[in-house]
Design a binder for this molecule. Sequence first.
Ligand code: SOE
Length: 383
Amino acid sequence: MGQLRVGMVGHAFMGAAHSQAWRTVNHAFDLPLSARMTVVCGRDEQRAAAAAVKLGWESHATDWRAVIERNDLDLVDVCTPGDTHAEIGIAALAAGKHVLCEKPLANSVAEAREMAAAAAAAEAHGIRAMCGFNYRRVPAVALMRELVAAGRIGEIRHVRAVYLQDWIVDPQFPLVWRLRKDVAGSGALGDIGAHIVDLTQFVTGQLITGVSALTETFVRSRPLSGGGSGEVTVDDAALFLARLDGGAVATYEATRFATGRKNGLRVELNGSLGSVAFDFERMNELEFYDGTLPPAEQGFSRILATEPEHPYMSAWWPAGHPIGYEHTFTHEVRDLVAAIADRKAPTPSFADALQVQIVLDAVERSAATATWVPVEAELAAAL
Ligand code: SOE
């Protein structure tokens, strides 16, 4: 079995999730390449050294530019904040390394275009690139796509997607990097809105062709870790309407102020023959409404997506034994390793991720210019 020698840049939440995936992928799936966790890179020497031990990397480094030039690496896994995705990803591709880059691909359409162009050029030399939209790899989501592709819900009329979190509801939550435009590119829109844009396009097979949006920042100043306060320069919430190229109309909501919702990613599709609905907080299940059944038998059924016939599940446990969030990353690197071994282009490609970036940009431009029709407060006094 050949080796796929991996270097990972960044070792926070996503770095930990990706490390778990690299540690387990060859134990769960039979692959022609064995992932070797060669080096983890971080800015701080002590923290990178500790991460190497804790996350299972053979060594650690602090200079990503040196890491991507190493001749004992085949792939660079970019798990840093968005402001470094383009610089690291493009340099790694130029150095002949396959690249896995966390979502969103970049902090701007311009950067995403450069990354997609670099990936296309590298593709000609057999170098592969994938963007880490991991929710595609939830078995129930992959099943949702299969049901839609098989025509089981007919013509899609409505797409309804929300991604609800609440981790910054407290105004005293500090100004972390995800709340700074110069580092994160955008707020809830790019961080979690990107997921529902990619996921809905993935399960419907349709692309967003236009949006009408609003964004809001509820708390505009937050404490700085070193004292004082700083300006929040990103959206706390993004809501938008969309049309998709297959004729569906859609609503999207991405917010970090849905008090009580911890990671509430939900997608529902309503079609001419039925509906499907997914809720990440019940990630092993899919709701399916078959409108072709006799009326007396119609109703939302709950499919427990843990059968060996369900995507990825034959690698894990017997039916009825659920999997978790971390398994989606194992599935993601499984598909990447298989694509590299088969000399095929993995998905989602950087071009796919560029299209998501273009949608995010359209949402921001719409929110900045949308025609907002005020509702006259005629009855306010009476209420
Ligand atoms: C945001 O808190 C976040 O960590 C996203 O960045 C991830 O992509 C999502 O999977 C979980 O929430």
